[in-house]
Ligand binder design. Structure first.
Ligand code: C2E
Ligand code: CA
Ligand code: CA
Length: 281
């Protein structure tokens, strides 16, 4: 009620603290948000389809803007990428993810397969400092390298193949794992599957979405799971929303699944309870 009584416009509020309140500079706003601690990390459970339990989570950045509320990553990741601030934001997510995963391992009665996945942007994939950033995050938190999986889209891999390949080889040497995100949706070639040191394929939501309704989606999903199996890679189905999709993916032999059927991305305390609680079953 108090807030409504104020005559100050939202526009003016948004400009508070900026050098030019009439025209906030989005890049400066992003940097300030990082300094002010407006970013947090949400975790979406990763469900082991055979064991039927949560075995980890994907880390997803969240920006709680003081005026606009939650700003989805799609609205600011491209700008962060353009300005280079993604290196700092990415490190923030990486460190939080490693810290949380250590807590899961400590509190779980069956921690053997626990893992956390973190998205890498284009710049992180090709920048040579990323390897040191990852190593430092692991060393400072004490997370075992094999528990960290880095997610990279095929489009990003194909942008600067030589730099990406060199970096991925160095990351593999550190002991972390690599997943292809949104597999099957990018402009890519199957040749890269043998060229890059991969561990996991994430079946894009658009295929999972069509399961049971669209014959092509069924065929493509089956082919991806079989291709992954033949290459010795594990599979994660993304965006699982229905029991029918869940059933079909389990039947196909897909290893892991994520989606609103199981849980939306949740905060650190909630994922902690899910991982620890369900492991104790
Ligand atoms: P993504 O990596 O493909 O992440 C999956 C997105 O799908 C997430 O959206 C997640 O909340 C959403 N999702 C999960 N399950 C379902 C479902 O069952 N149905 C539907 N409709 N959606 C589902 P979010 O968190 O908004 O992230 C969007 C994208 O932003 C991510 O896509 C990723 O590309 C990027 N992103 C998020 N966090 C980071 C980060 O820390 N670093 C980088 N570089 N990119 C990030
Ligand atoms: Ca992802
Ligand atoms: Ca994805």
């Amino acid at each position: 009620a108090k807030r409504n009584g104020r005559q100050r416009s939202v526009f003016y509020e948004a400009g508070l603290g900026d050098a030019t309140p009439e025209k906030p500079d989005p890049a400066a706003e992003l940097a300030a948000a990082l300094d002010r601690g407006e970013f947090t990390v949400a975790y979406q459970p990763l469900v082991d389809l055979r064991a039927g339990r949560t075995i980890g989570a994907e880390a997803l950045i969240r920006w709680q803007h003081p005026v606009d509320g939650n700003r989805p990553p799609d609205t600011f990741i491209p700008l962060a990428e353009e300005t280079g601030l993604i290196m700092e934001i990415g490190e923030f997510v990486l460190r939080d993810a490693c810290r949380q995963a250590v807590r899961w391992v400590q509190s779980s009665s069956s921690p053997a397969d626990l893992l956390v996945t973190v998205n890498l942007s284009a710049r992180q994939v090709t920048d040579p400092t990323t390897v040191e950033t990852v190593q430092a995050a692991l060393a400072d938190t004490g997370l075992e390298p094999h528990r960290l999986t880095l997610e990279i889209t095929e489009t990003v891999l194909m942008q600067d193949r030589d730099a990406a390949a060199a970096n991925l080889d160095r990351l593999k040497a550190v002991g972390v794992r690599i997943a292809i995100d949104d597999f099957g949706t990018g402009y890519s070639s199957l040749a890269y599957l043998s060229r890059f040191p991969l561990d996991m394929l994430k079946v894009a939501r658009e295929f999972v979405d069509g399961l049971g309704r669209d014959d092509n989606a069924d065929v493509v999903t089956r082919a991806i799971v079989e291709l992954a199996r033949a290459l010795g890679l594990r599979t994660v189905a993304e965006g699982v929303e229905t029991d029918e999709q869940h059933r079909q993916l389990a039947e196909l032999g897909c290893d892991f699944a994520q989606g609103y059927l199981f849980s939306r991305p949740v905060d650190a305390e909630t994922i902690m309870a899910l991982v620890a609680g369900e492991s104790a079953e």
